[in-house]
Design a protein around this ligand. Structure first.
Ligand SMILES: *Cc1c(COP(=O)(O)O)cnc(C)c1O
Length: 412
């Protein structure tokens, strides 16, 4: 007989930059019976998911589908498919996830150049554009919302500059998609990677991506020619050097798109229950309406910030480029940030995040994302943080924080 206990995870209030709470309707969707991957009912769901993703990414792109794996699987799929070994890649870095883009690009065999700006700030687009003109890279990869620093990079001008010079622009919008506008077409982004466990409030395990025909052209030019098969694009006798082929099977977008096309060429087995979750999660996003959803994220951000400010906390980073879905209060002098987080979790069942690298011990990161981004959660985290800070000996004007947030909700 097994002595393992029945699975019974605690109920938590999750106010981190992901994973966040999942809407019960999405959890229910994941419990439905499995369909075969070529069952027309299932391929119908795949098509509808693609169509909802087009609305989410605000694009007319043919290719909008999820890669199975966490968000970085989407980053790897796009980069390994678009970077030919020896390509020049520019990565402007303003936090931890910029380093990830540079690392993956290096592993793809790119000649990577990086420019960095101080953490807590973003790039003046002109700085990036000047570097682009100087380096003339084949591809630029950049993060939109840096959850590590709570900063958001404006992309429109960079997109325009890349298009003028015929450079591919790849954007990590993992943290921003579904919480604040991401405009694939209007900003001229050639490939965009989203995340599920952040503002979409779907469990981690898929990475929705989109890419346009410019990207498709490049990755098809690297499509692996199967032994013994003619490649209609290149002609019967053509042989393409194997060294040029996309160096991954699982992440080969030229194969993945054949699976998501009406041809349904078998690649992997689609993650059925995750696709149900994505379908239902996207349906909820579009039912709420993108504009309404962005406004809800802003309203809760403002209330949270009003509460934290009323407690006497200060914010990290340039507030003009603040990421709306992550708020970074500085840990006050003499307060042990990890002790506060531990009390929040164990006494109140609330999780907020610590931080990475140079920011460790200096800031907390509070997410207001997706299903977690709601008034009751914001009021709870403010009230609990005030109580814990008082307990830790921090002097603050007791009672004012929740009132300040309530004022925001009351429209005062
Ligand atoms: C969370 C996050 C990722 C990584 O996502 P995983 O799902 O953990 O692979 C990448 N980029 C950004 C900006 C993120 O916030």
């Amino acid at each position: 007989m097994s002595t393992y206990k029945e699975l019974s995870p605690s109920l938590r209030t999750i106010m981190t930059p992901g994973p966040v709470e999942v809407d019960p309707r999405v959890l229910r969707a994941m419990s439905y019976p499995v369909l075969g991957q070529f069952d027309p009912e299932f391929t119908g769901l795949m098509n509808e998911t693609m169509s909802m993703l087009r609305e989410l990414f605000r694009t007319g792109n043919e290719w909008c589908f999820p890669v199975d794996g966490t968000s970085r699987s989407g980053l790897e799929a796009v980069l390994v498919s678009l970077i030919r070994p020896g390509d020049r890649v520019l990565v402007p870095i303003f936090g931890r996830f910029g380093h990830l883009l540079a690392e993956i690009s290096e592993r793809c065999g790119a000649e990577v150049s990086v420019i960095e700006t101080e953490w807590g700030t973003v790039f003046d687009p002109e700085t990036v554009i000047k570097t682009i003109h100087h380096l003339k890279p084949d591809l630029v990869a950049i993060v939109h919302g840096e959850t590590s620093t709570g900063q958001m990079q404006p992309l429109e001008e960079i997109g325009k500059a890349c298009r003028e010079l015929d450079i591919l622009l790849v954007v990590d919008a993992v943290a921003t998609i579904g919480g604040t506008p991401v405009e694939a077409d209007a900003w001229m982004l050639d490939a965009v990677i989203g995340g599920t466990q952040k503002c979409l409030s779907i469990p981690s395990g898929m990475a929705p991506i989109t890419y346009n025909s410019r990207s498709e052209q490049k990755l098809l030019s690297r499509k692996r020619i199967e032994r013994g098969l003619a490649d209609p694009a290149v002609g019967r006798s053509a042989t393409r050097p194997v060294t040029d082929a996309i160096r991954s099977n699982y992440f080969d977008l030229s194969q993945l798109q054949d699976y998501w096309s009406p041809m349904r060429l078998n690649h992997h087995t689609e993650a059925t229950s995750m696709l149900y979750a994505l379908y239902e999660g996207l349906r909820l996003v579009l039912t709420e309406g993108l504009e309404e959803r962005f406004a809800r994220h802003r309203r809760n951000e403002i209330a949270l910030m009003a509460g934290l400010q009323a407690m006497g906390l200060e914010f990290y980073g340039n507030q003009a480029s603040k990421l709306p879905v992550v708020t970074c209060p500085q840990i006050p002098e003499g307060i042990d940030g990890e002790q506060v987080r531990s009390m929040l979790l164990h006494e109140f069942g609330i999780e907020i995040a610590s931080s990475f690298g140079p920011l460790k011990g200096r800031i907390w990161r509070v997410g207001t994302m997706g299903f977690s981004c709601r008034q009751t959660n914001v009021l709870q985290v403010i009230g609990a943080l005030e109580a814990v800070l008082l307990r830790c000996g921090f002097r603050l004007p007791a009672g004012e924080a929740v009132q300040a947030a309530l004022d925001v909700y009351a429209g005062k």
